[in-house]
Design a protein around this ligand. Structure first.
Ligand code: AHR
Length: 509
């Protein structure tokens, strides 16, 4: 294996350039907007995502705003979270929303069967979630229960949240909220090929239509109904859903996690250079998956009326030693920052069909934005990438090209040796996000506009002393962004050096 890795590293250097020329075609016809929603998040009743991570309750000694942790709330506001998916995941298909409304002391205490058998006290329910979305300025994305819930239950949940009148609206008012919420995104089930009911694609597509039919638009609220899509490369699932149900869905979801062997996922922090490149090439597989699923969708829907939503993605490692295996708590290193940057650069280019992506998960679970411990909170390297990249939200995608070499990992994966994307904001400024995946090589980057002559450039860089570096409660700023000033401007060209394993975002005016 060692020998193979050496050969792979050799392959990695052959054909790779330490220099990249990025041609930016800002003079091309204006492209689609990059939907803010592809910078979306996912929060599940799993481990310490909701309880501890978001919600501590009003009586907690941890500083809170109406029960929500104030530190997490402020960090998420700064992130500009466009959309938040809830309550699962697998949890969603065992969740009965009526358990989570009304007086807290009367709410049932249930075992969370999917995630470590933790007792769920339902103190965080529909009101707590939708009010939280309002506080952080995110659109809610509700995942409805198809696996173990009824059509009536889902229909009434929609009515409870969005209707102006009727007994569901009256019940909502009795529970403290007169005004209906605006809820656009409704997921009709989650992973119904697995934890959401172990259904076949054919069976689910019929079930989907029945649930979707009775989820009504109330009081001017227009639902965007999302059918459960495939796992990773299950193209047959996509084909069946598009064939049978495309007329009644606004979107189809897709799940893909960056993971190797599910039985030996590896440590989030103790990894080798070989592991690092394996992770990066595995994450790059998303490019092929998106293209292939979109090609299947194109065959049935050439007008691109049905959106693709990658509503779960991110890295999945072994849990941190000593933590509950069912709570999926993992640390987050500079490797995860590279994964985030590579994915977001890919997503920016596919937004004609890809209308949302939700990283799993927002707090304390899998590839999280923030980690908490008691009253402490740290921002992860992944958080920093999401914050640096949020300039692309609702900006016009700008076509560009950057011929480069390839990295071949020990497990046979392959990816380009340079990652980037470009957008233009409403004020005419350009944002260029770049990532250099090499561990041992800086890359000289030349950025050449068609005709635009930059007058001012500013930027930020995220890099670490070692790619294994992470932020913890003793060292919360070990990996943190810094200003990036070393850019030369000459006419239509910018020149800079991108250090090894680093992410840079430039603003060019
Ligand atoms: O994000 C963790 C789990 O991964 C979700 O509950 C499920 O949908 C997926 O399998």
């Amino acid at each position: 294996m060692k020998k193979f890795f050496l050969l792979s590293l050799l392959a990695l250097t052959v054909g790779a350039r330490a220099q990249v020329l990025v041609r930016i075609h800002e003079s091309a016809p204006e492209q689609a907007l990059i939907p803010a929603e592809i910078y979306g998040q996912f929060s599940e009743h799993l481990g310490r995502c909701i309880y501890d991570g978001i919600w501590v309750g009003k009586d907690s000694p941890i500083p809170n705003t109406d029960g929500y942790r104030t530190d997490v709330l402020e960090a998420l506001k700064a992130l500009k979270v466009p959309v938040l998916r809830w309550p699962g995941g697998c949890f969603a298909d065992e969740y009965h929303w009526m358990d989570g409304i009304g007086p807290k002391e009367k709410r049932p205490r249930l075992v969370n069967n999917n995630w470590g058998g933790t007792v769920e006290d339902n103190s965080f329910g529909t009101h707590e979630f939708l009010n939280f979305c309002e506080l952080i300025g995110a659109q809610p994305y509700i995942s409805g229960n198809v696996g173990s819930g009824t059509v009536e239950e889902m229909a009434k949940w929609v009515e409870y949240m969005t209707a102006e009148n009727g007994s569901m609206a009256e019940l909502r008012e009795k529970n403290g909220r007169r005004q209906p919420w605006k809820v656009k995104y409704l997921g009709v089930g989650n992973e119904n090929w697995g934890c959401g009911g172990e259904m076949t694609a054919q069976y689910y597509s019929d079930v989907y239509k029945r649930y979707a039919l009775y989820a009504r638009n109330h009081a001017g609220n227009h639902l965007f109904k999302v059918a459960c899509g495939p796992n990773a490369d299950d193209y047959e699932w996509t084909r069946t859903l598009m064939k049978n149900a495309k007329g009644s869905m606004s979107g189809l979801s897709l799940h893909y996690y960056t993971v190797g062997d599910w039985n030996h996922k590896g440590s989030a922090t103790a990894f080798t250079a070989e592991d690092y490149y394996n992770t990066l090439t595995r994450t790059y597989v998303i490019d092929e998956l998106l293209r292939n699923h979109m090609a299947v969708m194109d065959a049935y829907d050439p007008e691109k009326k049905v959106a693709l939503l990658l509503d779960e993605w991110g890295t999945w490692y072994d849990v941190e030693p000593g933590t509950n295996p069912g709570h999926l708590y993992q640390q987050n290193t500079m490797r995860d920052a590279m994964v985030a940057a590579i994915n977001l650069n890919i997503f920016n280019g596919y937004t004609e069909r890809l209308k949302m992506a939700n990283i799993a998960q927002m707090v304390n679970v899998l590839q999280a934005m923030v980690l908490t411990q008691g009253a402490g909170m740290v921002l992860t390297p992944t958080y920093h990438v999401f914050r640096m990249f949020n300039v692309h939200q609702n900006a016009h995608f700008v076509p560009s090209e950057a011929p480069c070499g390839h990295i071949v990992s020990a497990d046979g994966g392959i990816m380009p040796s340079f990652s980037h994307s470009v957008s233009r904001s409403g004020d005419g400024s350009y944002h260029i996000s770049m990532a250099n995946p090499y561990l041992d090589k800086a890359v000289k980057v030349e950025l050449l506009f068609d005709g635009f002559r930059p007058k001012a450039v500013s930027g930020e860089i995220l890099k670490a002393a070692a790619v294994q570096d992470f932020n913890d409660f003793d060292h919360p700023s070990r990996v943190a962004p810094a200003a990036f000033k070393d850019v030369k401007v000459a006419g239509k060209k910018l020149t800079l050096t991108l250090p090894a394993a680093a992410v840079v975002v430039l603003e060019v005016k």
